[in-house]
Design a protein around this ligand. Structure first.
Ligand code: NAD
Length: 476
């Protein structure tokens, strides 16, 4: 029986909420100081965190981790510091005519919500804990973080470091497995940000609903690649290979499957293969190529390939160094391209989240558009090509969280663009001004002038001529 840590978590939340209430209004200088400390933590201990991620994965290039989890997050902190004065300024709004002439005023103030819960996955354990944290801090909140149990060393190290750089009333890291995660998502936070799978996202929303806690859900899905006829195939192949091979495909935005014109399939598959060969002459003993995070995840991916093969798919293993993967326990898996895929294959039903790339073909691009529209709205969608008409046809007839044109994944690295899904791939977003607003309460403040507006507007009994006149004006 797992230990029930609800009381301990509630006490942490209570401590943060009391400190938050006592310190209002939360000065911008205090918020900036927190962001700077989070940045200092990452700068001072980046290498240590990268080593921990390497051990947690079995192998994950510390250089890759440095870019994706450390430097990218510090950079996002800088972006928040640069923009938060502007984001937090109250906005003047219009008042109903002619109230402005009489001295009425209206404004929106973006105020902190209080304590934000952050539930993070294992695939970018530092980035997906600290990026939401930066914006939660920018908006003047406190935060509790629950990182993944699959990256245990990294989670423990984050807990230790956060305790060193922050008072528990400002930020705290809670570690533990699914039971702790469930208790965490059941707390009456002022907002909860969850990054993880769609299935767990459902459970998190259900738990949050009990307390009417607003949620941001950053989920997954099957992000399609549309290869247009006008695409530069060699370049597209290289970029798709990079997006599919980074972190061994364990990226929420990794291209999930590729849709190509029927007569260009051979060329497209060859271009992806060439892309892999150029970046990874070897895979097994190559530090640059990540392992699959756990035996369970590895077996699931092997299962997807076996199932596709059983059901008639052609399986192309891209193994540039002709290495033997069977006799190792390092959980490295070469890119596996699947051709002739059908909808009854698990690889076409589940989010892949690993180095497996199904390829589908179309005669007309409208077939690919219809296919995407018949399935869950994806997190990302990618179009390669120079045909502006076709590009707009694809973009305006599909729906996805975000889009990168002529590459994959990159829209997430544009700090000023909101990042999030739609429907089954997510609810709400962060990054950009949208992220600041997601973690703020837009509070409407209206100031009434001295003159008796209720009487003038006919709202005050006894109703009579003024009321009739007001109704007529509004209905005109
Ligand atoms: P996951 O859903 O298994 O776990 C995520 C977090 O949820 C972990 O901290 C875990 O402890 C917690 N959790 C587990 N059971 C829970 C429960 N019953 N109640 C509450 N919390 C619970 O996801 P994962 O395997 O760590 O990550 C992979 C998934 O995350 C993929 O689907 C991927 O697409 C998605 N993802 C999305 C984004 C994004 O920004 N949209 C980014 C990265 C990953």
């Amino acid at each position: 029986m797992a230990e029930d840590r609800t009381a301990e978590l509630e006490a942490m939340l209570e401590k943060q909420r009391s400190a938050f209430t006592a310190s209002r209004p939360e000065q911008l200088s205090a918020r900036k100081d927190r962001i700077e400390r989070a940045m200092a933590l990452l700068k001072d201990h980046g290498e240590e965190l990268c080593r921990a991620m390497n051990v947690d994965f079995g192998n994950r290039s510390p250089m890759q981790s440095m870019i994706t989890d450390i430097a990218g997050t510090v950079n996002f902190g800088k972006y928040c510091l640069k923009n938060m004065d502007k984001w937090s300024r109250p906005e003047k709004r219009k008042v109903t005519f002619p109230l402005g002439l009489l001295g009425a005023k209206a404004e929106v103030r973006y105020e902190p919500k209080g304590v934000i819960g952050i539930l993070a996955p294992w695939n970018f354990p530092v980035n997906l804990s600290f990026n939401p944290l930066m914006q939660a801090f920018a908006a003047g909140n406190r935060a509790m973080i629950k990182p993944s149990e699959f990256t245990e060393r990294t989670s423990d190290l984050m807990a230790e470091l956060v305790a060193k750089y922050f008072d528990p009333s400002e930020c705290v890291v809670v570690t533990g497995g699914p039971e702790v995660a469930h208790a965490f998502s059941s707390l009456p936070f002022d907002h909860l940000v969850f990054t993880g799978s769609t299935a767990t996202g459902r459970k998190v929303m259900e738990a949050a609903a009990k307390n009417l806690v607003p949620v941001t859900l950053e989920l997954g899905g099957k992000s399609p690649v549309f290869l247009g006829r006008s695409a530069d195939i060699a370049k597209a192949g290289e970029r798709i290979a990079l997006g599919k091979m980074m972190n061994a495909g364990q990226i929420c935005l990794a291209p999930d499957y590729m849709y190509v014109p029927e007569d260009m399939e051979e060329g497209a598959v060859a271009a992806v293969q060439l892309g892999v060969h150029n970046m990874y002459p070897k895979l097994r003993d190559n530090e640059d190529y990540a392992s699959i995070v756990s035996d369970r995840h590895f077996e699931r991916l092997q299962g997807l390939v076996a199932d596709a093969k059983d059901k008639g798919a052609e399986v192309i293993e891209v193994n540039p160094g002709d290495e033997d993967f069977s006799a190792t326990n390092i959980r490295k898996m070469p890119l596996t391209i699947l051709r002739n895929v059908t909808d009854d294959m698990a690889a076409m039903q589940e989010e892949i989240f690993g180095p497996v790339l199904p390829v589908k073909t179309y005669k007309q691009v409208t077939e690919a558009i219809d296919y995407v529209n018949e399935h869950d709205r994806p997190l990302g969608l990618y179009y390669f090509g120079e045909d502006a008409g076709e590009r707009e046809q694809v973009l305006t007839r599909t729906i996805s969280g975000g889009v990168t044109v002529n590459d994959v994944i990159f829209h997430v690295s544009m700090d000023d663009l909101p990042f999030g899904g739609v429907g089954p791939s997510g609810i709400g977003s962060y990054h950009g001004v949208e992220g600041f607003r997601e973690f703020s309460h837009a509070r409407s403040v209206y100031t009434q002038p001295k003159i008796d507006i209720a009487k003038l507007g006919g709202f005050k009994p006894p109703y009579g001529a003024a009321t009739e006149k007001a109704v007529k004006t509004m209905m005109k």
